[in-house]
Design a protein around this ligand. Structure first.
Ligand SMILES: Nc1nc2c(c(=O)[nH]1)N[C@H]1C(S)=C(S)[C@@H](COP(=O)(O)OP(=O)(O)OC[C@H]3O[C@@H](n4cnc5c(=O)[nH]c(N)nc54)[C@H](O)[C@@H]3O)O[C@H]1N2
Ligand SMILES: Nc1nc2c(c(=O)[nH]1)N[C@H]1C(S)=C(S)[C@@H](COP(=O)(O)OP(=O)(O)OC[C@H]3O[C@@H](n4cnc5c(=O)[nH]c(N)nc54)[C@H](O)[C@@H]3O)O[C@H]1N2
Ligand code: SF4
Ligand SMILES: [Mo]
Length: 768
């Protein structure tokens, strides 16, 4: 193989006679983790070179076009990027210093096999950790949450697994306590809504592909729905489609929702009959047995439990949303039916993210919008679920799991962790993490909180002894690794998948469009090499090639679903669009007959008051931070924190259209789409003598970033935004020069989910 593509990267050769080589169109998909759902890409391939990327334009009434966005269509710049990793590398300097030397694949695999063997024999399998990494989302090669590498680890006796995600830690943790699940009406039901209120969601920028809900918000808007967006920033979504933008201080949404509830209760606009029939703990009469008096939601809202009525005036002081707006919004939500209120994930990546997640379903219950077409349970818009393919993992004998976010704790004091630290499946760990496998991820440092703290941890080789990164670029995480392995990129391998999208079932088979460019190996090839060295080849591979595994996966699915196409049929018809299926209304059967169709909560009802959370809060010693009803809790670095004297600005980092996390940060085309800037309100800028386009320093006790700034009205005063995902690029003084927000974020697990509060930060900004 070698570097044979290198000499003829972007220009296809002409034949001897001078006629251009024919163009072949290869169907492919975008496998990035935007959650927009693997959009369709048509790759134009000429003489072995991808020369152009087109996409699906086929808008159908039941299925919007699976149209790739600027990121998917800029993949060519990644594929042919001069900095692609081209051969295995071994660290020669200190960890993080970035000094590597090329080695052969044999040598790399020998070293890794030896380290794996050593760590397992010395510390046991719990010392082996597979790090969160979402660079590949196609089922066969997927890096998240588990895949090929996990199968190998299981063959070797298992590994320490994680639960939860950087995406939705608090959301996934907290929603089931109120609703029993995260179920919501599917996105295609939004066209039945008259009013859509989006809290902390920016689907126009985060999920623009046709497989997600945004396409349906657009259709709903065309059908006459009014759209309101609650966000500290005038997001792309708010700009494009909102009839009203309600700016709010980050971390304070529960105060807003509490005041909306206050207006509804005091003006008698709430649906008492719904609350009596379907809910637990809205008022005292439906509190579970044994719950303390006045521990219900209504008593909290009216201030009967804590002496603080949650009035619009009270909320205005906290949230910055004017009281008149709060009163108007409460009346509008309560009197416009059906109303779909849904959440993005921005408000739960916060100090007390567990609270907002449950506050919105409470409001949906108060307005009787649950279980009806055009309504909402208050979670995120739902997808239709279909049985998919998953690479068989085998059994993991290690039952202990930790939160994805707490791996630094598990490396430093793993054996001391208990349930209070989020350890599940075991009372204790037998070992600290000693070996990390990082496949298609940059959360070893860049995407995790507190880059400077993490760097120190990683530099101490007595803690984590060995780190392998498998990527396509020398990312900041790769720089902190001991061995770096170059992967094929998506267009150089065959992808196959089946997604349950907003509107239904979708299937694809995307053959490799070109030969691999460099001396790369994919995860299966690497694991084969290791399995052989470690004596588990037969068990790991079962004698199959990757293509044979793909065929096996299709056949396994066909055993349960005989109407599913055969592998050969799939290859001939590689992109199968969704079928026309009606929208699904979540909880409709529960609403129709709650006795016979209970929700999967202990009471079978909507638990506005959760007994389980009450117990957990007490057991873990965090009763004030994890209350049984959704409460506003001032964040440790929120607008009410004493630290605002030193660091007066709240910093968030939204998910920007120019990247998928840190992926594409090095893509020049996308730099043109949107350069990395800090957005600051014009009032805050004026106070600091900052002009649009100035270089500024942004800092707190955890670190400092130098970045260009954009002065704008499109952000709440007191709030600055530095889009997450820029590659950590320290200068000689350790100051980041690229705009990596995680230099400023805090490692501080949330009380319940043990999740990542990466939008909760206080900073100061000055002209450089
Ligand atoms: N401050 C802050 N931090 C955050 C967030 C936030 O909102 N704020 N968001 C968090 C969220 S929601 C998430 S999901 C995480 C995401 O964090 P990660 O899961 O780490 O995602 P990426 O940074 O995109 O890293 C993916 C990596 O995969 C690599 N890659 C791409 N294609 C391939 C391939 O074909 N093969 C291989 N081997 N590698 C490939 C890319 O080069 C990249 O290094 O970040 C979290 N971090
Ligand atoms: N372009 C692009 N798309 C992506 C990704 C990407 O990196 N780039 N990542 C994908 C992944 S893995 C994920 S998990 C999702 C993430 O999706 P989200 O978590 O929904 O994205 P965010 O941009 O973090 O937050 C959404 C909005 O919430 C706002 N927000 C932040 N804090 C608060 C708050 O306290 N209150 C309110 N009301 N709003 C707040 C932000 O300003 C932002 O506009 O996006 C996916 N899509
Ligand atoms: S919306 Fe863009 S980044 Fe997301 S899957 Fe589609 S093409 Fe890829
Ligand atoms: Mo995410």
């Amino acid at each position: 193989m070698g570097a044979k593509g290198a000499g003829r990267l972007l220009v296809p050769t002409a034949s001897a006679e001078g006629t251009p080589a024919p163009v072949k169109i290869t169907p492919h998909v975008c496998s990035m983790n935007c959650g927009g759902g693997t959009c369709v890409l048509h790759l134009e391939v000429q003489d072995g070179v991808v020369t152009r990327i087109d996409t699906d334009q086929n808008d159908l009434p039941w299925s919007p076009a699976q149209r790739g966005c600027q990121r998917g269509r800029a993949m060519r710049k990644q594929l042919y990027h001069p900095d692609r990793l081209k051969q295995p590398l071994k660290r020669v300097g200190k960890r993080g210093e970035g000094k590597f030397e090329p080695i052969s694949w044999d040598e790399a695999l020998d070293i890794i096999a030896e380290k794996l063997d050593h760590v397992i024999k010395t510390y046991g399998n719990e010392a082996l950790f597979y790090l969160y990494g979402t660079g590949i989302m196609n089922p066969v090669y997927k890096s998240w949450p588990t895949g090929i590498v996990n199968r190998l680890f299981n063959c070797l006796g298992g590994y320490l697994n994680y639960y939860g995600t950087y995406s939705s830690a608090c959301y996934s943790f907290a929603s089931p306590y109120i609703l029993g699940s995260t179920a919501n009406n599917t996105g295609d039901d939004l066209v039945n809504s008259r009013l859509i209120v989006i809290f902390a969601g920016n689907p126009g920028e985060t999920r623009p592909g046709g497989n997600g809900a945004y396409a349906w918000v657009l259709r709903a808007k065309k059908a006459g729905a009014k759209v309101i967006v609650v966000d500290p920033r005038l997001s792309d979504t708010a700009k494009a489609i909102a009839d009203e933008w309600i700016p709010i201080r980050p971390t304070t949404d529960v105060a807003l929702i509490s005041a909306l509830a206050y207006v509804m209760i005091t003006e008698n606009l709430h649906d008492q009959a719904f609350l009596d029939k379907y809910c637990v703990g809205f008022d005292e009469k439906t509190l579970p047995e044994g719950a303390p008096p006045k521990s219900d939601y209504k008593s909290y809202i009216l201030g009967e439990s804590d002496g603080v009525p949650k009035t619009p005036e009270w909320a205005e002081a906290i949230t910055g949303v004017p009281r008149e707006t709060i009163v108007r919004l409460a009346r509008e939500i309560a009197t416009t039916k059906p109303c779909a209120m849904f959440q993005g994930l921005g408000w739960q990546r916060h100090a007390y993210g567990e609270q907002a997640v449950r506050a919105l379903p409470t409001l949906c219950a108060m307005t009787g919008n649950i279980g009806i077409p055009g309504g909402s349970t208050g979670t995120r818009p739902g997808s239709k679920s279909v049985p998919g393919f998953n690479f068989p993992l085998g059994e993991n004998p290690v039952k202990a799991t930790i939160s994805f976010y707490t791996w630094p704790d598990a490396a430093v004091r793993g054996t001391e962790m208990t349930a209070k630290d989020g350890l599940r499946g075991a009372e204790r760990l037998n070992a600290n993490i000693k070996f990390i496998w990082n496949y298609a991820g940059n959360a070893l440092i860049n995407q995790h909180s507190d880059v400077n703290g993490t760097a120190k941890l990683l530099q101490d080789e007595s803690l984590i002894e060995f780190i392998v990164t498998h990527d396509i670029f020398m990312t900041p995480s790769a720089r902190f690794s001991d061995i770096v392995l170059p992967d094929k990129s998506s267009f150089e391998r065959t992808e196959m998948g089946r997604d349950g999208t907003t509107m239904g079932d979708r299937l694809y088979y995307a053959p490799a469009a070109i030969e691999p460019l460099y001396d790369t190996k994919d995860a299966y090839e690497i694991c084969l090499g290791l399995a052989e060295r470690l004596g588990v080849l037969e068990e790991f591979s079962e004698g199959r090639t990757m293509e044979e595994w793909q065929e096996y996966l299709v056949e396994e699915l066909r055993k349960k679903h005989p109407d599913f196409p055969t592998f050969e049929e799939l290859k001939k018809n590689p992109l199968i669009k969704s079928k026309d299926t009606p929208p699904v209304v979540a909880c409709a059967d529960f609403i129709a007959d709650p006795e016979n169709n209970p929700l999967p909560t202990p009471s079978g009802k909507i638990e506005i008051y959760s007994d389980r959370l009450a117990t957990m809060g007490q057991d873990w010693g965090v009763a004030d931070e994890l209350p049984p009803i959704p409460k506003y809790i001032p964040a440790w670095e929120g607008p009410e924190s004493p630290l605002t004297e030193k660091y007066p600005l709240q910093l968030i980092g939204h998910h920007t259209k120019r990247r998928v996390h840190s992926t594409h940060d090095n893509n020049p085309w996308l730099d043109e789409v949107e350069p990395q800037v800090l957005t600051i309100n014009e009032l805050d800028a004026a106070e600091r003598g900052i002009q649009d386009g100035d270089m500024v320093r942004v800092w707190n006790d955890r670190g400092e970033v130098h970045v260009r700034c954009r002065v704008s009205k499109a952000i709440m005063p007191g709030v600055v935004d530095l889009p997450q995902g820029a590659w950590y690029t320290p200068n000689e003084k350790g100051i980041d020069t690229r705009g990596c927000i995680n230099v400023l974020t805090k490692y501080h697990p949330t009380p319940g989910a043990k999740g990542n509060p990466q939008h909760t930060n206080l900073v100061q900004v000055a002209k450089l």
